[in-house]
Design a protein around this ligand. Structure first.
Ligand code: CP
Ligand code: NVA
Length: 291
């Protein structure tokens, strides 16, 4: 049966660790993998905006000898035609497909008709590629995963849900501090409304935007609710002294994080962004049965 990556729930901690190890290996020895994706095509469907995801998938495919095609949902027939028909055509050309969609249900609909692997490039509920890259980055920086503590402060969104799934599978304890009504759908080790409580003994402090794509109409309301969850120098003091700061980007400076934190030595946001490329290559090789 073909394997997809939709939420990360599909896979075990061992699977995740194997992909991370492989991704680190590809990063350190990319020349060795030059041609491993020769004649392979990734089709990338985007219903909403992206910088990192689009670039990292596309450059990653080129690096390993393959090819990527970007399809904007709104300038293709996907906008008005039957998804079922479009997908059944696209997969005749593609070896593997990735899609960024508004609703998770769109991905579930797609896989009903697909015999090729589908990778979730972000939906309203999950962002599994981000989590794999985050775990890879943590492994590089801390040398381990099991036994660490991560505090996620802010909106219990797609990035938060996937982090909860991934962290728990690899033995990272994850605390989430979110306001009432903005809790994640997945269950962290500790859920609180109080950032200071979540930050206690944290090795990693993570946040994301207060207003995700598709939530623009709620912007003003959210900007009033979330300020106590801003990661600033004051809040960072409640984590471990050597805690790392992470953010999936794009960051809205002055809202969920201050300049002094995102620009500090503790911040590893650009390594996270780079690792999107390596971690996704690990996933692609795994789903294509190349590793
Ligand atoms: N982190 C992330 O997915 O970034 P983009 O929205 O730019 O792809
Ligand atoms: N939670 C954000 C992540 C962007 C990469 C969003 O969905 O817009």
């Amino acid at each position: 049966m073909v394997g997809h990556l939709l939420t990360l729930k599909e896979y075990s901690g061992n699977w995740i660790e194997e992909v991370i190890e492989k991704s680190i290996n590809i990063k350190l020895n990319s020349g060795k993998y030059d041609n491993i994706l020769k004649n392979k095509t990734l089709v990338m469907l985007f219903e909403k905006a992206s910088t990192r995801t689009r670039c990292s998938f596309e450059t990653g495919m080129t690096k390993l000898g393959g090819h990527a095609i970007f399809l904007d949902w709104n300038t293709t027939q996907l906008k008005k035609a039957s998804l079922k028909d479009e997908i059944r055509c696209i997969e005749r050309y593609a070896d593997i497909i990735t899609a960024r969609v508004f609703k998770h249900e769109t991905l579930l609909e797609m896989v009903k008709y697909m015999k090729k692997p589908l990778i979730n490039a972000l939906c309203d509920q999950y962002h599994p590629c981000q989590t794999l890259s985050d775990l890879m980055t943590i492994k590089e920086k801390k040398g381990k995963l099991d036994g660490l503590k991560l505090a996620y402060i802010g909106d219990g969104n797609n990035v938060c849900n996937s982090l909860i799934i991934g962290c728990k599978k690899v033995g990272i304890k994850i605390n989430v501090a979110a306001p009432k009504g903005y809790e994640p759908i997945e269950k962290p080790n500790l859920l609180t409304k109080e950032p200071k409580e979540a930050l206690k003994d944290a090795d990693i402090v993570y946040t994301d935007t207060w207003i995700s794509m598709g939530q623009e109409a709620e912007a003003e309301k959210r900007k009033k609710i979330f300020p106590p969850y801003q990661i600033n120098k004051e809040l960072m003091k409640y984590a471990k002294k050597d805690a790392l700061f992470m953010h999936c980007l794009p960051a809205y400076r002055g809202y969920e994080v201050t300049d002094e934190v995102i620009d500090s030595k503790q911040s590893i946001v650009f390594d996270q962004a780079e690792n999107r490329m390596w971690a996704q290559l690990g996933v692609i090789l795994k789903l294509l049965g190349k590793i």
